[in-house]
Design a binder for this molecule. Structure first.
Ligand SMILES: NC(=O)C1=CN([C@@H]2O[C@H](COP(=O)(O)OP(=O)(O)OC[C@H]3O[C@@H](n4cnc5c(N)ncnc54)[C@H](OP(=O)(O)O)[C@@H]3O)[C@@H](O)[C@H]2O)C=CC1
Ligand SMILES: N[C@@H](CC=O)C(=O)O
Length: 362
């Protein structure tokens, strides 16, 4: 059986959850997926960097409290993340980018992805910044270098909405998408309906691993703005910039307004949409809407998200599932690695046999 060596960039909720999946279920996953996984490098702003080309023992790292983890003093460890060196020089097959999403310029994740692709490494990421702000250029770079660039987790976490649309909607004309695309704000709206204070509801979403490092992006709609750009660019063939997507978040709603709507049979939801017009232009926006109970998105609650695709032949097709969560998003990375395996299984970048891998040393 072949194997992929991974470099994990960022060791927060999502990449730790991926490491946990590998540590707990590695043998079962290898048997089921047909390839093994091993982590050879980890970088993190707080913990530093750790490299072991024979494979990092994940168990002791996962046993440490996240805030207390430090790689300094470990063999192959350093207090400095050394992202560029790790990404370019460590012989990993796949760079897994899961640092924070920066909605303004996508950095530092954008550079991480670019360095990896330039070095001929596959990339999978849950980071919305690089995909929304530079997706086209990064896909071109990946194609030039003959490597994969996968980002299923950037929209609806582990729910396979992008790959489903790409692979299963052949022959359909998609005229628009409308969705609840942020787990935190949807969870918070539900808690406001139940009488919980806004700040307490946000703190719960942070504790549960749904929120961004800065939850302003969830509440003010910037996270949804990026996801609308990704959906429009990937599925409607648009080339939207951030300023093309009108954005209003949920902070303008009072808790009273949210609760009062329920008594009138309405539910406030933060809705992102993109609609293609006959002239080819795409109108895209993020805005809170009070949806009537019969609307396909009205019953989508908590960290669950949903996307309704408007199509010519099938009418509306709605996909719903987890929109946030550490393990759910780690699953998206696993599905990306599987996609890389399936797409590249017949070329030189397919996982090298163990015997060959073991000759690699930094
Ligand atoms: N959690 C979820 O439900 C989902 C998350 N995502 C996306 O996945 C990504 C990761 O999310 P999540 O794990 O929850 O976020 P976390 O904030 O838990 O983890 C991000 C990690 O990256 C580290 N980091 C930040 N900057 C750097 C850097 N320059 N170099 C190395 N490490 C760095 C952070 O360190 P420090 O803490 O010290 O800043 C932190 O440990 C984000 O982009 C997010 O938007 C996508 C879908 C769902
Ligand atoms: N903070 C985001 C995480 C997934 O993208 C959300 O709450 O949806």
């Amino acid at each position: 059986m072949g194997r992929y060596d991974l470099a994990l960039i960022g060791f927060g909720g999502v990449n730790r959850a991926l490491a946990e999946l590998m540590s707990r279920n590695g043998d079962r996953l290898a048997e089921e997926l047909g390839f093994a996984l091993r982590v050879v490098a980890i970088t993190d702003l707080r913990a530093g960097s750790l490299v072991d080309t024979d494979g990092i023992d994940l168990a002791p790292l996962l046993a440490a409290e996240p805030g207390e983890l430090s790689f300094a003093g470990l063999a192959g460890g350093s207090a400095d993340p050394r992202n560029e060196w790790v990404i370019r020089e460590v012989p990993a097959d796949i760079v897994v980018e899961a640092t924070f999403t920066n909605p303004t310029d996508g950095e530092p994740a954008l550079s991480h992805v670019r360095w990896a692709l330039e070095s001929g490494k596959h990339v999978c990421t849950t980071n919305k910044g690089p995909v929304a702000l530079a997706g086209r250029a990064l896909k071109r770079l990946a194609a030039e270098r003959g490597v994969g660039f996968e980002f299923e987790g950037s929209v609806l976490s582990g729910t396979p909405v992008l790959r489903t649309a790409e692979r299963m909607f052949g022959g359909l004309e998609i005229t628009g998408v409308q969705g609840i695309l942020n787990g935190t704000s949807n969870y918070v709206l539900g808690r406001l309906e139940e009488g919980v204070e806004l700040s307490a509801a946000i703190a719960e979403a942070q504790e549960l691993g749904y929120a961004e490092a800065d939850p302003t992006a969830d509440i003010e709609g910037h996270d949804v703005q990026l996801k609308v750009m990704i959906l429009a660019n990937e599925i409607l063939g648009a080339d939207l910039r951030r300023e093309d997507v009108f954005c209003e978040g949920i902070s303008s709603l009072s808790p009273h307004e949210v609760r009062d709507a329920v008594s009138k049979g309405l539910r406030w939801k933060l809705v992102g949409s993109a609609t293609r017009h006959e002239d080819g232009g795409v109108d895209a926006r993020v805005t809170p809407l009070a949806l009537p109970a019969h609307h396909p998105l009205a019953g989508i609650c908590g960290p669950v998200n949903g996307v309704a695709f408007h199509t010519d032949l099938l009418g509306t097709v709605t996909i719903s599932g987890p929109g946030a969560g550490r393990t759910e998003t780690a699953y998206a990375l696993l599905s990306d690695i599987t996609a890389i395996h399936q797409r590249h299984a017949d070329d030189d970048s397919a996982p090298t046999r163990l015997a060959v891998k073991e000759t690699h040393r930094v």
